[in-house]
Design a binder for this molecule. Structure first.
Ligand SMILES: Nc1ncnc2c1ncn2[C@@H]1O[C@H](COP(=O)(O)OP(=O)(O)OP(=O)(O)O)[C@@H](O)[C@H]1O
Length: 775
């Protein structure tokens, strides 16, 4: 036994000695290696450990990409790097290989604490990096962990102290730095920021600065992105002074201007905002055998388009991914979409950066991105690693000139496409009908409308995004809404006012149309009777049914036309009745013209019409002729009979009114609870755009005896192993937002407040007052 023990110890000693010699030899090779003028193209030609080469080879990584050829040798020598290369060019390996090599040469063990920290702006990207690390690092002996949120702090605290390479999102990493007693960052060797420009921007500034203060100033720092901020102030924040800028040739030529992949065919189409969904639907219908991603500006837009298109059944499987989904759903969709062949994913910018979906044929940008950087990242989900791909951006007439100019400044010139008229299909009638039948869908539509308008309002680039020129009513109609929901935003009052004054003639036209539709009465009457409501409802049904018929019979006809003809048919408008469209000149006259109240003043009492079976319009109460009246019998008898009939009718109406009021109260309560739930989710949102899903944690074993042994065949198991938590006790670090425009802002909260329904009855008012007092 003793002899055996001695042999084992001796063998171990020998092995250790051999390894020391091997590492010393590697170090010498690295010192001698001419990183600047190296012509090597294979991984095995570099001074890398056999662990790394084997791990790479197992995953078919044999030949290096351009960015890898340039970065890895320089990083092996210990330099800081600011790396920029096109999307899909292999940046992940360009930083992961140096990370594992550094720790290997340092003979890192679990007792040395955290050796490398890799920060990514989104959960999805952090998960992806972790997976690649797990694959190529399977023959090394250090532990790796993924922290993208979670509430089981105890579970993490026990393990995080033994983690050598930590991959995560900024908020969650900082939480661990604050809470995990065992997390030792004082020895950290390498800090990596993937999508560095996003990690460094304002959304993550505070968190990142706090993380960096916990790290030793002497370390290697690697920054990578397809779009690189070279702000000296940003780099100084990371103590990056003597760094090497590495990128592809064109990046160097035009600093801060990485272009899009050469294998990507880029195009654009000019489309009026109200026609966008029609065009999008037509595009999907005509590309059923492709895999595409459609980017929209907010999760509400994504949710609405997904839900409505799903009902319209275009003939291809549809998926959606946005930050408001639960993390489990997000991960599931990510996984499903990666494996799918022909499918369409509606997404926000939560997957615009870094995500490596295989074989995406088309990237459609249905909503214009906030800037060219976001454009580059979005289109980069296709044409990855030298493969072919196509992109299409839809630009409204307001955006077209400005955004094409911005693209040209970065040497991006997409081709103009036009859609054949015969291929266009209008889905407005179907949407209108869907929203009419399903209040939930209508609610989603309203939210989508508000979030889109708000996203335009808050955009910085006013040369591209012109809030004042938004065709609100037409856009709302195109979503299937009967009218544009009211939105109030900070500073919007003056803009609205200016807009109103500018468009006096348009207002007049709208006013006259609204008058024809009875909309003015709805809005100006303080008390709406049951009959009014019934009338409205009846009219809606008429319209809705009519739209359905129109769709079936004339699918290819211009629906805008159909919409207008319906109104005229029902309401029998005479041209002469329309107010004259002469724009008033004096301010007072303009105010009067735009004031609905003033305009109605001269029109006498508003009156409602009912329609008989022949479609003829009649006032609700018509005076009978004198002869007819006397023919029916004595006046006194008629009076009694009338009173009896009316009192019966009133009783019936009263019951119906009470029922209606009860339904309204219940609906309000539901909405209130829904708003509360949303608010809670928003507060618990993570570091990405509007993520509010539960945290998800995967940690490595933390045990030196257990390697990063997650082979490609175990990939799916990797997800299964992940512990899932609900969001009840999320940390307070999640206010940092990935997609700025979707971040719940003061505007957002404000918008939510104003969306509350106004009390319509005394009962409602009482209940609202009670609620406020309770609050
Ligand atoms: N040396 C290589 N050999 C084979 N495939 C590679 C190699 N390097 C990277 N790839 C593959 O290329 C694809 C893109 O790589 P990666 O995700 O690292 O690109 P990226 O530059 O980080 O893109 P983005 O800017 O969008 O984040 C991945 O599918 C990856 O597996």
């Amino acid at each position: 036994m003793a002899k055996k023990q001695r042999v084992t110890t001796a063998t171990r000693k020998q092995l250790r000695q051999k390894e020391d010699e091997y590492i010393a030899n590697l170090e010498a090779q690295i010192d001698e290696y001419d990183a600047e003028s190296s012509k090597h193209t294979l991984f095995k030609e570099l001074p890398l450990s056999h662990h790394a080469v084997k791990g790479l080879r197992d995953n078919a990584f044999v030949k290096m990409t351009e960015i890898q050829q340039k970065c890895i040798p320089v990083a092996l020598k210990g330099h800081d790097i600011l790396g920029a290369a096109r999307t899909g060019s292999g940046k992940t390996l360009a930083f992961l290989v140096p990370v594992i090599e550094k720790l290997y040469r340092e003979k890192w063990t679990e007792f040395d604490g955290l050796g490398a920290l890799i920060i990514s702006p989104t959960r999805e990207l952090a998960m992806q990096i972790y997976e690649v690390l797990a694959k190529i690092g399977r023959y090394t002996s250090f532990s790796a962990g993924l922290v993208i949120g979670g509430k089981d702090v105890k579970f993490e605290l026990e393990r995080i102290a033994k983690i050598n390479i930590l991959v995560g999102t900024p908020g969650r990493i900082l939480q661990h730095m604050d809470q995990a007693v065992g997390l030792n960052t004082s020895n950290l060797q390498v800090l990596v920021l993937d999508e560095a420009d996003r990690c460094l921007d304002m959304g993550f500034k505070k968190t990142l600065d706090a993380i960096v203060t916990n790290l030793p100033p002497v370390r290697q720092t690697l920054l990578f992105s397809a779009t690189q901020s070279q702000s000296l102030a940003d780099l100084a924040r990371l103590s990056l002074t003597d760094y090497k800028t590495i990128g592809t040739a064109e990046v160097k030529e035009s600093a801060n201007m990485p272009t899009t992949p050469e294998t990507l065919q880029q195009s654009y189409i000019g489309v009026e905002l109200p026609d966008k969904l029609d065009i999008l639907y037509s595009f999907i219908k005509t590309h059923l055998k492709t895999k595409m991603i459609v980017f929209l500006s907010s999760s509400k837009q994504v949710h609405f388009v997904y839900e409505t298109f799903r009902k319209l059944q275009p003939g291809i499987s549809l998926m959606h991914l946005h930050g408001r989904q639960k993390q489990t759903a997000r991960t599931e969709t990510l996984d499903k979409y990666s494996r799918a062949q022909h499918t369409c994913l509606f997404a926000t910018d939560v997957v615009a950066r870094g995500i490596d979906f295989p074989a995406v044929d088309w990237v459609i940008q249905a909503d214009c991105p906030e800037n060219v950087d976001t454009y580059i990242h979005r289109v980069g989900r296709s044409a990855r690693y030298g493969k072919q791909g196509k992109s299409l951006i839809m630009l409204t007439p307001q955006e077209e000139e400005g955004f094409l100019k911005r693209l040209k400044q970065r040497h991006i010139e997409p081709n103009k496409l036009t859609i054949k008229q015969s291929r266009r299909k209008s889905i407005k009638p179907q949407l209108q009908s869907l929203l009419f039948q399903d209040p939930e869908l209508k609610y989603l539509g309203q939210k989508a409308f508000i979030s889109y308008v708000r996203s335009i309002y808050i955009q910085k680039d006013k040369e591209v995004f012109k809030f004042e020129e938004l065709p609100n009513e037409e856009f709302a109609n195109s979503l299937g809404l009967p009218g544009a929901p009211k939105i109030k935003m900070k500073g919007m009052k003056s803009v609205e006012k200016a807009k109103e004054l500018k468009n006096t003639s348009r207002q007049l036209l709208a006013l006259s149309k609204a008058n024809e539709d009875g909309e003015i009465e709805d809005r100006t009457k303080e008390v709406r009777t049951k009959i009014d409501k019934m009338f409205d409802r009846r009219n809606q049904t008429v319209l809705s049914e009519h739209y359905l018929n129109v769709t079936k019979a004339q699918a290819d006809e211009d629906e805008e036309e159909g919409f207008m003809s319906i109104k005229r048919h029902d309401h029998q408008i005479n041209e002469e009745d329309l107010p004259q469209l002469i724009a008033p000149t004096s301010k007072r006259a303009q105010r009067k013209a735009t004031s609905k109240k003033a305009s109605l003043a001269g029109k006498g009492n508003p009156s409602k019409l009912v329609f008989d079976d022949d479609g003829e319009a009649h006032p609700i109460y018509e005076l009978e002729g004198e002869d007819e009246f006397h023919a029916k019998g004595a006046a006194e008898e008629q009076k009694d009979a009338y009173l009896l009939k009316e009192s019966e009718a009133m009783k019936t109406h009263d019951i119906a009114d009470k029922k209606l009021a009860k339904q309204k109260r219940q609906e309000k309560k539901r909405k209130r609870l829904e708003a509360l739930r949303r608010e809670q989710e928003t507060e618990m949102d993570s570091e990405d755009d509007e993520g509010s899903g539960p945290y998800q944690v995967t940690l490595g074993t933390g045990d030196l005896n257990e390697d990063l042994d997650v082979s490609s065949s175990e990939e799916s198991g990797h997800f299964a192993k992940r512990a899932k938590y609900d969001s009840a006790s999320d940390s307070g670090y999640e206010s940092e937002s990935y997609v700025k425009k979707d971040k719940p802002s003061a505007n957002d909260r404000h918008a939510r407040v104003i969306e509350m329904e106004e009390p319509e009855s005394l009962e409602d008012l009482e209940s609202l007052t009670t609620r406020l007092l309770q609050n």
